[in-house]
Design a protein around this ligand. Structure first.
Ligand code: ATP
Ligand code: MG
Length: 354
């Protein structure tokens, strides 16, 4: 019978994470499993800070896996991480200094791209905003902090990032000269990401601390949707220059955009403005403009909330094609109305930052 992922997880579930009463699986330590015939490759994270635990867990994993009937060879890597903090993240409004500030000292502005709702085009806006800022002559990086569903390895083109001798990661120099780093470049895209709770925060922290960005004017951060732990962790630990909130014209998206805005306000992060994506569609044959998802909602919401309205991005199939091919529309078709709207967004963001 061929070896299944379930069989691998069952075997790993019999090993206890040192210092806890939880199994490696329960503790979210299994980061990657690859089955190739009778060979299995496993990446484990051991969040105890103790190299001896890493060695012990690795040896145990090889032993139980190779004792599994269908496994001939088990190749196991155990990465020892520093332990998660004992306490929860600091309460909203606490006066703690941003913990990762020193690691980002060579970056002038960190800009978060956020939304209340999923699928509204955050990653698309983040990629094209980064490229628009680069076209203004700025040094730009793009960090894909969507650890649940990273996409910038596709939108801006991927490749395997190189490590340097100190164990740090060099970002990929992508299209338009933007430096990009996405968790999607490190993990196997087909594997579910099993980061949970404190591990998740630790993963993000490590990710941020380990990338050698060099000097940058702007680091654009593509957040996962909503006002969850990643957004909160980032706001509390990184000195953000500002946040751009992406919405679509529907009421449901606008309600969620307000929630995102209120979160940033509560955390003292300046909101650079609201951008309405998928605002309207122009029929390519007759030129008729159709507001498929409603009209004027983004502008109205920005006015009500007293934040700048950063414009409307039309619906354009070239945006989808650009995102899927690693050549976003701002580089592929810079003269299109959508690209001009993205470029205007970049111009307004740069102006606010200065
Ligand atoms: N203006 C647009 N016109 C046409 N398609 C668009 C537009 N904006 C985004 N899309 C497409 O919509 C899909 C979702 O966009 P994207 O991945 O950027 O959203 P997201 O908010 O980052 O999603 P998630 O919440 O899953 O991270 C993609 O296929 C993208 O190409
Ligand atoms: Mg996204």
């Amino acid at each position: 019978m061929p070896l299944s992922q379930e069989a691998v997880m069952t075997a790993l579930g019999s090993i206890t994470l040192p210092g806890t009463d939880r199994s490696l699986v329960e503790a979210g330590c299994v980061r990657q499993v690859e089955v190739d015939g009778a060979t299995v490759r496993v990446l484990l994270a051991v969040p105890t800070g103790n190299p001896a635990d890493g060695d012990a867990v690795r040896a145990d994993a090889v032993r139980v896996l190779e004792a599994t009937e269908e496994v001939e060879k088990a190749i196991v890597e155990a990465k020892v991480l520093s332990p998660p903090p004992d306490s929860e993240a600091p309460a909203v409004g606490s006066q703690q200094a941003p913990a990762w500030a020193d690691r980002l000292a060579d970056i002038r502005h960190v800009i978060a791209v956020a939304s209340g709702k999923g699928g509204v085009g955050k990653s698309t806006v983040a990629a094209n905003l980064a490229l628009g800022l680069a076209r203004l002559g700025r040094g730009v990086g793009l960090l894909d902090a969507d650890i649940y569903g990273p996409s910038q390895q596709i939108m801006l083109g991927g490749g395997q990032p190189m490590g340097d001798p100190s164990g740090k990661i060099l970002p990929i120099k992508a299209v338009g000269g933007v430096k990009v780093m996405s968790l999607g470049m490190i993990i196997d895209a087909d594997q579910p990401v099993i980061w949970r709770g404190p591990m998740l925060m630790k993963a993000l922290e490590q990710f941020i601390g380990d990338v050698l960005w060099g000097e940058l004017d702007d680091l654009v951060v593509d957040l996962p949707p909503g006002t969850g732990d990643v957004a909160l962790t980032l706001c509390q630990n990184v000195p953000l220059a500002g946040a751009v909130i992406v919405t679509t014209p529907q009421d449901v998206a606008l309600i969620d955009a307000r929630k995102a805005l209120l979160m940033f306000r509560k955390l003292g992060v300046p909101v650079l403005g609201l951008i309405e994506n998928m605002a309207h569609f122009t029929c390519p044959s007759c030129g008729h403009v159709e507001h498929i998802f409603g009209s004027g909602g983004g502008l109205r919401t920005a006015r009500e909330l007293d934040i700048p309205f950063l414009g409307e991005i039309p619906i354009d199939s070239a945006i989808v094609a650009g995102g899927d091919s690693g050549r976003p529309i701002v580089v592929e078709r810079p003269d299109s109305p959508a690209s001009q709207a993205f470029q205007e967004l970049a111009r307004q963001v740069a102006e606010q930052l200065s």
